[in-house]
Write a protein that binds this ligand. Sequence first.
Ligand code: 5RP
Length: 221
Amino acid sequence: MNEKQAVAVKAVEFVETGMVLGIGTGSTVNYFINALADKIKDGLKITAVSTSAATTKLAESLGIRITSLDEVEKVDLTIDGADEVDAQFNGIKGGGGALLFEKIVAKASQQNIWIVDSSKIVKQLGKFPLPVEVTTFGAYRLLQHFDELGYRPIVRKINSQTFITDSGNYIIDLHLDVIKDPANLETELKLITGVVECGLFINIANRIIAGYPDRIEIINK
Ligand code: 5RP
């Protein structure tokens, strides 16, 4: 079992019958969805909310019914991956492009567990390019603006096609190297007209399940 798979399997232990469960997005979460589907076949009963079209597709293909976020009163627990996590439990997410729905579901959730392999644990955020979801209208102006700020922006492309999010927006990845004050940067970015969301998740995760070659660590906030 690789680190991603190990943390995903561990995370299923935190899911209890009766819960409304938010399901994140990404390759680690895909392992979790598979493990969850097995538990559901064994009798676990949950209501599931998804954070992306990709997650919905995989979950439904494995027999997990997805309910809309607007149909549930609250989300008890969300399990998601992350691209970087620091010691304060702040993180960068959005490597898979699902940051907007991920943040909406996470903020609606009473508990948030991130499942990560050891490469995601960092002293300081910023080596991983920070995803910023922007409206397609005026995106080039934002690109120029970020460039002037020295943020080394690149519009995300997949196979030379501009990547479009589930909400029909673009993603501009900022190559910052070091983010000294993540909370401040989140506020700064969110105040820019045309920015829909950014991949800084501050004060959201309560528990990290981190996978290492020889062990799994569960770190509670
Ligand atoms: C998607 C995300 C993912 O959780 C993040 O990119 C981690 O992905 P992976 O598990 O594939 O490493 O934020 O928007």
